[in-house]
Ligand binder design. Structure first.
Ligand code: PXG
Length: 285
C-alpha cells in the first residue's frame, strides 16, 4: 500500500497528496513545521513538539484549525494507518491559498499536513567515528528579522549554510549569530564539553530551542554533569575537549573536527558517548 498522507482530516496516497500552487507555504514560506521521531510505536516528546508548533503558529499569527488533542490523535492515526512504529513524522501547517499578494489576512484556509515516513539516518559509522563540520560564512537569521525559535517554512538561511557544508565535504555546518557567537548547526543544536562541564548556547543566541537539546541537558543533570547555557565563540569550540550535536533526526552525534581542526583527541569523547547511550536508552525503553 502506498504511503498515506493526512491532509485536513483525510488520507491521500502519496502521489495524490497535493495542495494548491497558490498555497502561501509555497509562495512565501508562510507556514510552520515540526519534525518528530517515533520509537517502538511512541512519538518521542510529542507534547513538547506540539507546544512548539502552537508557539510558532502564535508568533506568526496563524490560527491552527484543529486543537492540540486532535492533532496528537491524527499523528497517531497516521502512524498506525501506515504501520510505522519507528520513523519520522513531519507536521506542516501552511497559511493556505488566497490571492498572490503578501497580505496574510486575504486567506482563511490553513492547510494541515501530517507525513509519517521512514527516516534516512546518518550512517551508523558516523556515530562511532564522529562528524566533521565547518563554520559557515552564512550567519543565522537575526532574531529581530526572523526569530529562529519559530520553526517556519523559511529554511533558506539554514539551506545556504548546509550548501556551504556539503560543498566542503561536510554533512553539517556551524552557524554563528550576528554577534559572531556560536548559534547552532543547520538542523541541530551544538554542545561542547570542557573539563567535564557541558556548555551550549542559550535560547536567545538565535537558535531553535531544540527538544533533543532539552533532553540532553536533562540526561546530563541526571548523571551529575553540570550544564551552562552561555554565549560561546569559535575559540570555545577550538579549545573544547568534546563536541556533539543534538536533533530529532541526528539524536546525539559526536563532532570530531571543526574547520579541519581536531576537537580534543579527534575521537568521540567519553561524555558524548555516555550521553548518547543514555539517550538511546531513554528513547528505546
Ligand atoms: N536547530 C534547527 C535549525 C533545527 O531545524 C534542531 C535545531 C534540533 O531541534 P529538535 O527539536 O529536533 O531537537 C532543528 C531540528 C530534517 C529535520 O528533516 C530537521 C530537524 C529535525 C528533524 C528533521 O532535516 N531540525
Amino acid at each position: 500500500m502506498a504511503l498515506q498522507i493526512w491532509i485536513n482530516g483525510e488520507f491521500f496516497s502519496k502521489e495524490d497528496a497535493k495542495i494548491s500552487v497558490y498555497d502561501r507555504g509555497l509562495l512565501y514560506g508562510d507556514g510552520i513545521f515540526e519534525g518528530m521521531r517515533c520509537y517502538n510505536g511512541k512519538v518521542f516528546r510529542m507534547e513538547e513538539h506540539l507546544k512548539r508548533l502552537w508557539e510558532s503558529a502564535r508568533s506568526i499569527l496563524l490560527p491552527i484549525p484543529i486543537d492540540i488533542q486532535s492533532m496528537a490523535k491524527a499523528v497517531n492515526e497516521t502512524l498506525s494507518t501506515n504501520k510505522i512504529t519507528d520513523g519520522y513524522i513531519r507536521l506542516i501547517v501552511t497559511r493556505g491559498s488566497g490571492s498572490l499578494g503578501l497580505d496574510p489576512f486575504e486567506t482563511s484556509n490553513p492547510q494541515v499536513i501530517i507525513i509519517a515516513d521512514h527516516i534516512a539516518l546518518y550512517p551508523k559509522e558516523l556515530y562511532e567515528k564522529g562528524l566533521e563540520i565547518i563554520t559557515a560564512a552564512t550567519i543565522r537569521n537575526h532574531s529581530a528579522a526572523l526569530n529562529p525559535r519559530i520553526k517556519s517554512l523559511n529554511y533558506l538561511n539554514n539551506i545556504m549554510a548546509k550548501i556551504e557544508g556539503l560543498k566542503a565535504g561536510c554533512q553539517e555546518a556551524l552557524m554563528l549569530n550576528h554577534k559572531g557567537d556560536i548559534a547552532e548547526c543547520t538542523g541541530d543544536n551544538i554542545f561542547l564539553v570542557k573539563e567535564g562541564h557541558l556548555y551550549t548556547p542559550p535560547a536567545d543566541a538565535g537558535i531553535l530551542d531544540g527538544i533533543t537539546r532539552k533532553a540532553a541537558i536533562e540526561i546530563a543533570n541526571e548523571v551529575g554533569i553540570e550544564v551552562s547555557e552561555i554565549a560561546l565563540t569559535r575559540h570555545d569550540v577550538f579549545t573544547a575537549d568534546e563536541c556533539f550535536l543534538t536533533g530529532s533526526a541526528a539524536e546525539i552525534i559526536p563532532v570530531v573536527k571543526v574547520d579541519d581542526r581536531p576537537i580534543g583527541t579527534g575521537k568521540p569523547g567519553p561524555i558524548t558517548q555516555q550521553l548518547l547511550s543514555k539517550f538511546q536508552e531513554l528513547t528505546r525503553s
